[in-house]
Design a protein around this ligand. Structure first.
Ligand SMILES: [Mg+2]
Ligand SMILES: [Zn+2]
Length: 284
């Protein structure tokens, strides 16, 4: 199901639009549980969310370097009935808001796989990490350049998902990986102790990017500036009024519950609410 969606989306990619091609940004895809926040199994209570050590500082550093920031998370609790899609949506909103309030960073999206794995642990869908579906979908949706992007996570399945998507990967070696099943796609470029250290490694390993230019300033870009080149690559979603993903807006976000975002599609839980105009839901 996920693969067919991805293929359908691929047919809509604006490959012939040179402005869209130039506008693609690198991203850092960030695992949620054990990487961005402390892992509390099946938790959807925003009050129990604790950011991992130095995680917010890491996000801020990456945002300043010009990376779009996208959370990608396996949430089998949805398929297993451990919590509802509405409950997860509340958590997602709280997470986006807290990242903005506490780090000044706008998350481009929170993409979640709602499927449970096979009894063997292997994915039965194309979006559960270590499969790369979430990253590929986010790249299409936010016009991200996977070849210049990174995946950061606390287990080797995260590493593999990033590598399968064509990204480089960083492993947070914080004791959460226990199986250590190695393979060609499960070798991270860096192995670090927290998200801030990961951010430093990523920035050091990447060409630094200029921050998005404000409207009316076209300097530094080759060719005629287009709206696609200057506009944020990601829709701010519930944080209406913010300038761009990964940058601090001058005012607090206006969280509006009247954007038609309350319902999570049964097939794609967690990320749909960031993007109320999604057309892929009907195909699920
Ligand atoms: Mg994790
Ligand atoms: Zn899935």
């Amino acid at each position: 199901m996920r693969l067919s969606e991805t293929r359908m989306l691929a047919t809509r990619m604006p490959e012939t639009n040179p402005h869209a091609l130039r506008a693609r940004r690198p991203a850092v895809f960030i695992d949620k549980d054990g990487t961005l926040v402390e892992d509390v199994p099946y938790n959807v209570d925003p009050a129990l969310v604790r950011f991992a050590p130095h995680a917010l500082a890491g996000l801020a550093l990456l945002a300043r370097a010009g990376f779009a920031l996208v959370v990608v998370t396996n949430q089998p609790g949805l398929a297993l009935g451990r919590f509802s899609s509405d409950a997860f949506e509340q958590l997602r909103r709280a997470l986006v808001r807290r990242v903005f309030d506490e780090a000044g960073v706008v998350l481009c999206g929170v993409h979640a796989c709602p499927h449970a794995p096979h009894a063997s642990g292997r994915p039965v869908c194309a979006c559960r990490k270590p499969m790369p579906g979430l990253l590929r979908e986010a790249a299409l949706e936010h016009e991200l350049d996977l070849t210049r992007s990174w995946m950061v996570g606390d287990i080797l399945d995260d590493v593999e998902a990033g590598r399968r998507a064509g990204c480089r990967s960083v492993l947070l070696d914080v004791g959460n990986e226990t199986l250590w099943e190695h393979g060609p796609l499960r070798e991270p470029q860096h192995c670090v102790g927290d998200l801030l250290e990961a951010a430093h490694r990523i920035v050091e390993s990447s060409v630094l990017l200029p921050l998005p230019l404000p409207r009316g300033e076209g300097g530094g870009q080759r060719g005629r500036p287009s709206p696609a080149m200057r506009a944020p690559a990601c829709k701010p979603g519930p944080l209406d009024g913010l300038a761009a993903c990964g940058s601090k807006a001058p005012s607090r976000p206006q969280l509006s519950p009247q954007r038609g975002e309350g319902a999570i599609p049964s097939s794609r839980t967690g990320e749909g609410a960031m993007h109320s105009s999604r057309t892929t839901e009907a195909t699920a």
